[in-house]
Write a protein that binds this ligand. Structure first.
Ligand SMILES: *Cc1c(COP(=O)(O)O)cnc(C)c1O
Length: 494
């Protein structure tokens, strides 16, 4: 079966390679597969597949214009020993709960799962379409995405990666992760301003026609590695199928038995991949969408109204601090019976009035979702409860998902086995995890806290953290937000 891609706002088919290169459609919509491929190998046979082999199988179903060799090449380059756990995405059984640990990659957060393969998918797509330009990834980051993009693209031939971060707006560990980044094709610059300043300045560069023309003349093409790229979404489907197979292998479930999945959600990318897995035939009962105090999605699932007109809250699960979850547009398309006109109208309402309401038919299609949220206090409590009961350490984002799952259990009494998706290592957020466990953290820096936390919980410090403490600082540039273009020109020598 050949799978083409079309925008959520206007039906016009393109290949997956084209969709990966474009990232976002000209009409502002997101690319979606025109239909869902099915899992057509019996689970009993898939049980013997390792993560890479399963990835090749799933990716081939979506990227049908790629050859087997091309897919294999991308997968094996991405999921190598950058990941410190052989199974890439292990499921930990903790008492009666299951945690899918997606943080064993180079930057200790789940974005590694997609950003380690996206560079290879992009490069292969360019080769297929005979695009000779060098791809220049340009990103503004509030922490996690920038480092994951740097690790993913570092030393990937034919690409360069430039990251701007707010000089005083990321955690000390996140900053250190970025400024020690190796790779001849990487460039990291602190911005004298906040994340919004960095984001705005980068957006202006993307929209600067003259500047893009100049780059084009020099053989460069800007790209964003943004989480709405279909090349980031599809690889995320794999770990849901993989975790189901792990449960099956360990006889936690019988073949065909349904499971629930609880996901700490921000831009709606991770949980959407679980929805795609369900559409492909994976037996999933409920998708539990967990928000923090920026609970726009939670209100959406409960009321059928999306309303971003509210205060933005800075929480202890910062990677979920977001008021417009871009990937939700894809879900709207699927639950509206693929009605691109309806999606276009809703998205216009969102940009004009900051809100929209879905009709009854669409709302009825949401019954496989449940949603709840956690305040910061509830998040601290979840970390403490889990640790006191089981000695298992979770980060703040995972704790939000756990809390939402507890709400679900209480509300429904459903005892279906549930996988809580664990999106970051607790050592990435040592200050808040220490606070949750009532470990005295005053006057200690984040690296001290990592040691203290490790000793307290008896968990080994991940190499990705111990390594950076003594690594040389490579990137020392700091610029004003008006100087971003100059910095890019310097690095690209244009
Ligand atoms: C990005 C991120 C999330 C949110 O994932 P989405 O796909 O944006 O919903 C959750 N947890 C962590 C640690 C993240 O980095």
């Amino acid at each position: 079966m050949r799978i083409a891609y079309t925008s959520t706002r206007c039906k016009k088919e393109i290949t997956s390679a084209e969709a990966i290169i474009k990232g976002i459609a000209d009409d502002g919509g997101l690319y979606i597969p025109i239909e869902f491929p099915t899992i057509d190998i019996p689970f009993s046979e898939l049980l013997s597949y390792d993560y890479k082999k399963l990835s090749v199988y799933i990716l081939k179903k979506y990227f049908t214009d790629f050859t087997d060799e091309e897919i294999k090449d991308c997968v094996y380059k991405a999921y190598d020993n950058k990941f410190t756990n052989d199974s890439i995405a292990p499921v930990a059984k903790i008492d009666e709960n299951f945690f899918l640990e997606l943080y064993h990659g180079p930057t200790l957060a789940f974005k590694d799962m997609a950003l380690s393969i996206l560079p290879h998918l992009l490069k292969t797509s360019c080769r297929k379409l005979k695009i000779k330009d060098e791809i220049v990834i340009l990103t503004a980051t509030s922490g996690d995405t920038g480092k994951a993009a740097l690790e993913g693209f570092a030393d990937v031939e034919g690409t360069k990666v430039i990251v701007f971060f707010p000089e005083n707006g990321v955690s000390p560990i996140q900053k250190r992760q970025m400024i020690t980044q190796e790779g001849k094709n990487t460039y990291v610059v602190g911005i004298d301003g906040n994340f919004d300043d960095a984001q705005k300045a980068v957006k202006e560069i993307f929209n600067d026609k003259e500047f893009n023309k100049l780059l084009e003349d020099k053989g460069c093409m800007l790209s964003s590695a943004n989480s709405i790229n279909i090349g980031r979404l599809v690889p995320q489907i794999v770990y849901y199928i993989y975790s189901y197979l792990c449960m099956l292998k360990n006889r936690e479930i019988k073949e065909g038995e349904s499971i629930n999945i609880a996901v700490p959600t921000g831009n709606f990318g991770n949980i959407l991949a679980a929805y795609y897995a369900k559409k492909m035939g994976l037996p999933i009962n409920k998708l539990i969408c967990a928000s923090n105090e920026n609970n726009v999605l939670c209100d959406f699932f409960n009321e059928g109204r999306y309303n971003k007109n509210r205060d933005f809250k800075v929480t202890i699960s910062p990677s979920m601090d977001i008021l417009v979850s871009s990937n939700l547009e894809r879900l709207l398309y699927h639950i509206s019976n693929e009605n691109e006109k309806k999606v276009d109208r809703l998205m216009r309402e969102l940009s004009d009035k900051g809100q929209y309401i879905i009709d009854k038919d669409m709302k009825n299609e949401l019954d496989s979702f449940y949603s709840s949220f956690a305040s910061d206090e509830e998040t601290y409590k979840a970390i403490r409860d889990i640790f006191e009961d089981t000695s298992y350490l979770v980060d703040t984002h995972t704790a939000v998902a756990y809390k939402a799952y507890m709400d679900y259990k209480q509300a429904t009494g459903d005892n279906t086995k549930t996988i809580v998706v664990s999106t970051a290592s607790p050592f990435k957020f040592p200050r808040d995890v220490c606070k949750a466990l009532k470990i005295d953290s005053d006057e200690l820096d984040d690296f001290d806290l990592v040691y203290k936390l490790s000793a307290f919980a008896g968990v080994k410090i991940p190499n990705a953290i111990s390594n950076i403490e003594n690594k040389d600082i490579i990137h020392t540039n700091v610029c004003k937000k008006e100087e971003i273009k100059k910095e890019i020109k310097n690095f690209l020598k244009v």
